[in-house]
Design a protein around this ligand. Structure first.
Ligand SMILES: Cc1cc2nc3c(=O)[nH]c(=O)nc-3n(C[C@H](O)[C@H](O)[C@H](O)COP(=O)(O)O)c2cc1C
Length: 176
């Protein structure tokens, strides 16, 4: 599939089949994230891929609080994106410019993961609703690090794609 077709067809999956995801495919997703651009090439990310039954069960719990993200009950793989060590130049640039480049960089990495998954016949849902403290505790992520996103990855039930709900171009674009 060409890029624009993928952008049109990618959608957040909330209907996973309860089947495992091949490790090689998950590794390719992380490889795509590894190749993503980042401020000063700081690559301020780390990834944990939860596929073992206990890790998967716990991750579901951590993204399902107060009834959210129930659809992840069928999902058998999660990618957790958290702070790695940024380069000194990225950290200094962020401080000078007062910008959180890490949030931006990890968001781009998340997009790479979603498209790499799609390219391999997988579906994803980015999850920002998560219990960061519990994720850190369970996965031994140091207190000082932020957990940015969890991405649910798996095979979708065959269902027609939803219509895209997006703002019209004229509301968001200005040529000057
Ligand atoms: C940072 C971020 C956090 C998100 N968190 C959740 C979430 O916790 N649960 C969920 O079902 N979808 C979540 N989504 C998916 C969005 O709801 C979805 O991308 C948006 O509605 C557009 O739909 P589409 O991805 O199907 O095109 C998140 C997306 C992003 C980018």
């Amino acid at each position: 599939m060409k890029f624009f077709e993928m952008a049109q067809k990618r959608e957040s999956c909330r209907n996973f089949k309860p089947i495992d995801v091949e490790k090689e495919k998950l590794i390719k997703c992380i490889e795509a994230a590894r190749l993503a651009p980042s401020a000063c090439n700081g690559q301020p990310w780390n990834f944990i891929v939860a596929v073992e039954p206990d890790a998967v069960k716990k991750t579901r719990e951590f993204v399902q609080e107060i009834g959210m993200n129930k659809f992840t009950s069928e999902c058998r793989a999660f990618i957790i994106i958290y702070d790695g060590s940024a380069s000194a130049s990225a950290t200094i640039a962020g401080r000078i410019k007062r910008r959180d480049y890490t949030q931006i960089d990890t968001g781009i990495a998340a997009a790479h993961i979603c498209y790499a998954a799609m390219d391999q016949g997988l579906s994803t849902c980015i999850l920002g609703w998560l219990n960061e403290v519990k994720i850190k505790g369970y996965f031994n992520i140091p207190e000082s690090k932020r957990v940015h996103l969890v991405i649910a990855v798996g095979y979708a039930e065959d269902k027609p794609l939803r219509n895209k709900s997006r703002k019209p171009m004229e509301d968001i674009l200005k040529f000057v």
